[in-house]
Design a protein around this ligand. Structure first.
Ligand SMILES: Nc1ncnc2c1ncn2[C@@H]1O[C@H](COP(=O)(O)OP(=O)(O)OP(=O)(O)O)[C@@H](O)[C@H]1O
Ligand SMILES: [Mg+2]
Length: 412
């Protein structure tokens, strides 16, 4: 009975080899990656190593080179499991031979036995050959670099997991105490707790306006946390695209007014029947409008359009919402990145205006989930509401029929 180490990442192949070698009376040790294989070989000193060429981290050639640099394993036969073209390289790096893929179940146990009994096609190189010791050193360094990288990768994955959990906990912790605040505020506003003096009314209105902003931020945090954990649910129901946009515009009208921005509008075609999630779509539109109000200086202009367009992708119809502003624009370098969560082109400008960099990431995921997309042009070359503004244009589009299988966004 021999101890055979099998290095292979494919579970089906591992099982096959295990069954065949078990039946031939051998003990089989499995490793799923090159690194694991090297570690097991060092610890277990097997009688033979079978290594697949395409294994993760260190590949089969690198494993062979590395094992050949370990003096205790000098005499251990290494058999590469290879496709036709890889044979020469396997021998060149120090393998004793190879077994062709796919494995022939009838011949395999005999082939293994042949190598166990001393058969070898290894190319003989003198032990003191300088090139040989140099390549072994390189293989050893490669192994330690792969170890470092995979540990760093594990740490990064852990940090990403903690970040996702933190975001999830934070958004829930914020959302819980908001419920009574909103409830009692409603009672105060409706004067259910008694009439308000004009001064009290002014204070309560101001609290209400701040609470709305806080709620919108918490909603976005919750949404992004759900996006990151793949749990942002896009509901499907009938709605009118024009009506949703109209509500988003009227909810942001005050901000434009306060910022002294002139708004030009196109007529909204009607009806624009669609299926999807009108609430999330409205919030997506509001983020785009909010940006136009936030990043353009006082006295600027904004043009808003709502259109039916035919898609370049499948010639089908899409509904489009366009917001163009005469603000500072967005550099080409930042145009893709602003669609990622937490990215802000200019931290100092946003510090003046507030925001955490989630609006466009949220908008993108919502419209992609509804069979459409987002695009950003700066400076734009289009006319909206009879204006040719040269700041930034952001276009959201959705498919009227709702989510389409081929346009489901990739989960992050
Ligand atoms: N109309 C615009 N003009 C100039 N820059 C813009 C415009 N819209 C977005 N940006 C840039 O893109 C960045 C990302 O926008 P996004 O809406 O995702 O985040 P935010 O507005 O900074 O924060 P939040 O939306 O979470 O309140 C902004 O910080 C800004 O740098
Ligand atoms: Mg924003």
């Amino acid at each position: 009975m021999a101890k055979v180490l099998h290095i292979e990442d494919d579970p089906a192949n591992r099982l096959l080899v295990r069954k065949l070698l078990d039946a031939a009376g051998h003990e089989v040790l499995d490793a799923e990656t090159g690194l694991q294989g090297v570690r097991l070989a060092e610890a277990e000193k097997p009688d033979l190593v079978l290594v697949d060429i395409n294994v993760p981290d260190l590949d089969g050639y690198e494993v062979t080179l590395r094992l050949r640099g370990i003096p205790e394993l000098e005499g251990t036969p290494i058999v590469a499991i290879t496709a036709e073209g890889d044979k020469e390289t396997s021998l060149a790096v120090g393998a004793d031979g190879f077994v062709e893929k796919p494995i022939d179940a009838r011949r395999f146990p005999d082939e293994v036995q042949r190598y166990l009994s001393g058969h070898s096609e290894r190319i003989s190189v003198p032990a003191d050959d300088p090139l040989r010791s140099r390549t072994h050193k390189i293989a050893e360094r490669l192994e330690s670099k792969v170890v470092e990288l995979s540990e760093a990768n594990k740490r990064l994955e852990e940090v990403a997991r903690l970040r996702r959990e933190f975001l999830q906990n934070l958004s829930h912790e914020f959302a819980t105490p908001m419920t009574p605040v909103v409830g009692y505020l409603r009672l105060l506003l409706d004067e259910e707790l008694g009439p308000l003096t004009p001064l009290q009314r002014k204070c309560v209105d101001s609290i209400n306006s701040s609470t709305r902003k806080l709620r919108s931020l918490i909603d976005t945090l919750l949404d992004v946390s759900h996006l990151e954990t793949g749990r942002l649910h896009i509901y499907e129901r009938d709605y009118d695209f024009g009506e949703v946009v109209e509500r988003a515009i009227s909810e942001t009208a005050q901000t434009f007014q306060e910022n002294g921005i002139t708004v030009h509008r196109e007529d909204i075609p009607a009806p624009m029947e669609a299926r999807g999630d009108p609430d999330k779509l409205r919030r997506a539109c509001m983020h785009v409008l909010d940006n136009a109000a936030k990043f353009t200086p006082r006295g600027s202009e904004v043009a808003i359009g709502v259109r039916r367009i035919s898609s370049d992708i499948d010639q089908g119809e899409r509904y489009q919402f366009i917001v163009v502003d005469s603000g500072p624009g967005i550099s080409e370098k930042d145009r893709e990145r602003i669609l990622q969560p937490f990215f802000q082109a200019d931290g100092s400008a946003t510090r003046t205006h507030g925001g955490v960099g989630l609006g466009l990431a949220f908008a993108r995921h919502v419209v992609e989930a509804m069979g459409g997309g987002i695009s950003v042009m700066s400076p734009p070359n289009l006319e909206v509401a009879e204006q040719q503004l040269k700041g930034t244009a952001v276009m959201l589009s959705v498919h009227p029929g709702g989510p389409r299988p081929e346009s489901t966004p990739a989960s992050e």
